[in-house]
Write a protein that binds this ligand. Structure first.
Ligand code: UDP
Ligand code: MG
Length: 312
């Protein structure tokens, strides 16, 4: 029996790229004769003609499967669905916008076989055609993540990666609804090897990650993988108590020995109220973020809803 591979492609409003993306993937698949490959497209509640385009592709080729979501559930939910519906020995996760070049797939599989790896994660060596803002925020993000997190994440990697059946099976055991997939896969362990590549500019269309989604994504990553923000909040609380004690000693001593004047303290009082008020709100805010996660997780709602399946 030939080894099997599913290529998982999340798509949200990708009408500008989907046909090109499919034809490039098909080209690559046709050349790979030693492995039997299918594509799983996930239409993440697109509002443009992505759904119709995908259905058309699926009706013409039996090795293309499509999952349609009932609405937009987000990139991570789409990839999760792809993994859940994948029955192959291997899964390759790739963006629809051709930023991750499909022609690298055979080489990535070779890397896996050569290094006997369970995961080959692709590392962005260079990012072409992305805004300075995006590059800078990504840089800061991955480094902050590593500082904050209790596991060490490889830097500058996306979800573009190859994973084997063993890792997929472990991945499915993760019950959390807020998924930070690259984090989970890295957390799982086994043999993981990097694969360096140059990230292309988006083939067409616009990024589906506006700043609001980026912040949402970053906070999921941080909060789900780390209790450090809580520890930092505690540290901040301690520091402010220390400052308070010193100030109290100073104020009392000043009163006793007469080097402060009771009525001239307006600025310092305002300063203290603002400072301690800020520290309190900040620490309560951090706490609130974790309570929000508990609230979301405890409801145990589905991560996504599939409205239609094609070729499954
Ligand atoms: N995507 C998705 N659902 C979303 C947002 C994005 O399925 O809510 C898909 C999108 O179609 C693309 C991939 O996730 O295939 C990465 O998105 P994008 O290229 O816009 O992100 P960027 O590369 O700009 O970070
Ligand atoms: Mg992209």
């Amino acid at each position: 029996m030939k080894e099997t591979l599913s290529i998982i492609v999340p798509c949200y409003n990708e009408e500008a790229v989907i046909n090109e993306s499919y034809s490039q993937l098909k080209n690559v698949i046709d050349k790979m004769t030693t492995i039997q490959t299918e594509i799983i497209f996930i239409n993440d509640g697109s509002k443009d003609s992505t759904a119709e385009m995908l259905s058309k592709i699926a009706s013409n080729s039996t090795n293309v499967k499509v999952l349609h979501f009932s609405r937009n559930f987000g990139h991570q939910a789409a990839v999760t669905a792809g993994i859940n519906y994948c029955n192959s020995d291997l899964a390759l996760i790739i963006d629809a916008d051709l930023q991750d070049p499909p022609e690298l797939i055979p080489d990535i599989i070779d890397t896996k076989n050569r290094d006997k790896a369970n995961v080959v994660y692709c590392v962005r060596d260079e990012r072409k055609g992305e805004s300075i803002f995006k590059k800078l925020t990504a840089r800061v993000f991955y480094r902050t993540m590593n500082y904050l997190s209790e596991v060490n994440f490889p830097l500058d990697t996306g979800d573009f990666r190859l994973i084997d059946r063993q890792v997929m099976n472990e991945f499915k055991k993760f019950r959390e609804k807020g998924k930070y997939i690259r984090g989970i896969i890295s957390w799982v362990g086994f043999v993981q090897v990097p694969y360096k590549y140059k990230r292309n500019p988006r083939f067409a269309g616009e990024t589906k990650y506006p700043l609001s989604k980026m912040i949402q994504f970053a906070s999921t990553a941080m909060l789900y993988f780390s209790k450090k923000p809580l520890k930092l909040a505690t540290g901040l609380g301690f520091t402010s108590v220390l400052i308070g004690v010193f100030y109290a000693v100073y104020a009392v001593a000043g009163k006793l020995f007469g080097f402060t004047h009771a009525l001239s303290g307006w600025s310092s009082i305002i300063l203290l109220i603002v400072f301690f008020g800020g520290v309190q709100l900040l620490t309560v805010g951090v706490l609130g973020q974790y309570i929000g996660i508990l609230f979301d997780e405890i409801k145990d709602r589905p991560e996504y809803i599939v409205s239609k399946k094609e070729n499954f």
